[in-house]
Design a protein around this ligand. Sequence first.
Ligand SMILES: NC(=O)c1ccc[n+]([C@@H]2O[C@H](COP(=O)([O-])OP(=O)(O)OC[C@H]3O[C@@H](n4cnc5c(N)ncnc54)[C@H](O)[C@@H]3O)[C@@H](O)[C@H]2O)c1
Ligand SMILES: [Zn+2]
Length: 355
Amino acid sequence: MKSSAGGYDVVVGGGAWRTLRRLQGYTSVFVLTEPSLWERWGSRFARDARWGTVRPLFVPSGESSKSLTRVERVASELLGRGADRRSLLVAFGGGVVGDLGGFVASTYMRGVDYVQAPTTVVAQVDSAIGGKTAVNVRAMKNLVGTFYPPCLVVSEPAVLASLPARAFQSGLYEVVKHAILSGPAFFRFLESKVATLGPRRTRSLETLVARAAQVKVDVVSRDERESGLRRVLNLGHTYGHALEEVTGYRRFLHGEAVAWGLLLVTRLAELVGVLDSAEGKRIAGLVRQGGSLPPIQDLGVEKVLGLLPRDKKAVGGRINWVLPERIGKVRITPEVPNTAVAAAFRQVQRGAWNE
Ligand SMILES: NC(=O)c1ccc[n+]([C@@H]2O[C@H](COP(=O)([O-])OP(=O)(O)OC[C@H]3O[C@@H](n4cnc5c(N)ncnc54)[C@H](O)[C@@H]3O)[C@@H](O)[C@H]2O)c1
Ligand SMILES: [Zn+2]
């Protein structure tokens, strides 16, 4: 699949890395990646791109690499190796390498071209598309960042084969989110595939990643700088962020928190009367097919509610809820009573998603 997200191509499918051969005219190419990932995939990537021997720049795996300290190190390494304004940077990795690489590219010598070569489900369907870059400052995730679109996104589904099962499954919950946003056709497709999906089912994954990536492409190409429409992508993320934060980012992988977030917001939408229960059951059913999630039963409702992300630009810091109305349609509204927000949480905590 090839689609265009506001001026750059998003290429998804077997052989996507070969698209890199068409990039010409750069003085040098630098690949930012993680050691074990490069060890496993680097030679194939360099062969597909026809770049001969590539000397990568390594960053350690994990969220802590999204830091200003790391930006400085990478920039100074680039400088040391002679990178100039006409060098190309390739972010080869998951969302961490993508967000960090994008941020470095947007600021190094006031901006150099970069390519996203995403290697996780999350990165292929979400973070590599849209041009949002960021690093974390202290405990604040993505505090410092830029809007800086890549010149190309190349997603090779075969690379997902080496993902640990939990990380793979966690990424699929973001795909579920995209299916809810997209509509009945993609949702049905996912329902029919979800039981048999796995990191090595490259064939099924190709279609799945392509369709899920298309949802993000469609949203961001209509809303490059997050003026409104892009907020639909926060579906499941309001509760999800609070769950991550209340557990110190240790209990859940991001997608797992989003899975709970989807169950919670589905129940909330039912409680406030915008979603009928048959549709709600289908959404919850698809999420639950992903298997067991780290628990939320022990978490205090008041604590979680206190951590729901608020719109800092709005008076009183209201919460913009993204509520599913039906599969394929969401409503964004701050008009949700706290009592319902708490009730939905308590009900899902008790296991009430399939009542
Ligand atoms: N910019 C955006 O629009 C946007 C959107 C969503 C998420 N994000 C960011 O993305 C990050 C999360 O992304 P992520 O889930 O990809 O995390 P990640 O980049 O940390 O990758 C998860 C783990 O998988 C490993 N890995 C990556 N590719 C692999 C492969 N092919 N085989 C084996 N292991 C592999 C990594 O080493 C890491 O340990 C967060 O920092 C989040 O803020 C950004
Ligand atoms: Zn997410």
